[in-house]
Design a protein around this ligand. Structure first.
Ligand code: ZN
Length: 224
């Protein structure tokens, strides 16, 4: 399977679906991650911080075993200042090269505007026209962005990916590469919360460890 992850910022991929990536790579699937902003622009123009974040993303890619489809150069926390078409075109470019069957991206109720717009652009780029190869679009949760969003669109998983303790360990190790993003406990982005979330999601459905998703679109496989 070719699995594409559309992540607004470097760190969303590991916070959202890092252990599942570890599992998929372990099982021999091809995973590619497309980023849209440098993740630091909101704190003022800081090219040094952007470089550190990019390096961390490359380290995470090496740890988890995914390829990077691209680092978008869109303004961080300001995707609403960019025509949606431009974001869609970035996804279409990656789509053409990678032909994903499964796509994972942000939840529609996230507080972060970049997250919501990436989802919208994904839905546009993968419209279910006849012959569309993408069979599934699923939304992951991102610590802080998802819980702190409006309660009108609360994240309630209806799809769970069981992961191993080793997958979780690998994902946590990867997360720690984003040294500036990991927060001291008690914080929803702490190491403790990273583990607790996966333990809780697992227990919701009788697994030891899992990552939770909300299904956005699911189609039957294309006939062989
Ligand atoms: Zn983000």
């Amino acid at each position: 399977m070719n699995i594409l992850i559309a992540a607004a910022h470097p760190d969303d991929e590991v916070l959202g679906i890092g252990a599942s990536i570890a599992r998929w790579v372990r099982e021999g699937h091809q995973v590619s991650v497309l980023f849209f902003t440098d993740g630091v622009g909101a704190r003022g123009r800081n090219t040094a911080a952007a470089k550190i974040r990019k390096k961390a993303a490359q380290k995470v890619a090496a740890t988890l075993g995914f390829s990077i489809a691209g680092f978008g150069k869109f303004p961080d926390n300001q995707l609403d200042s960019v025509p949606l078409l431009k974001i869609v075109q970035t996804i279409e470019h990656a789509k053409k090269k990678f032909l994903p069957e499964l796509v994972y991206t942000h939840f529609w109720g996230d507080l972060n505007v970049d997250h919501r717009l990436v989802l919208e652009a994904v839905l546009t780029a993968f419209r279910p026209k006849p012959g569309e190869k993408c069979r599934s679009i699923q939304c992951f949760e991102v610590a802080s962005a998802t819980e702190w969003g409006s309660p009108a669109a609360a994240f309630r998983p209806n799809n769970y990916i069981e992961v191993s303790a080793e997958d979780v360990k690998k994902a946590l190790h990867a997360y720690k590469a984003y040294t500036r993003e990991v927060q001291a406990d008690p914080h929803i982005r702490s190491v403790e919360a990273f583990l607790a979330r996966r333990a809780l999601r697992g227990r919701e459905v009788g697994y030891e460890w899992a990552e939770g998703l909300m299904q956005c679109r699911q189609l039957d496989p294309l006939p062989a």
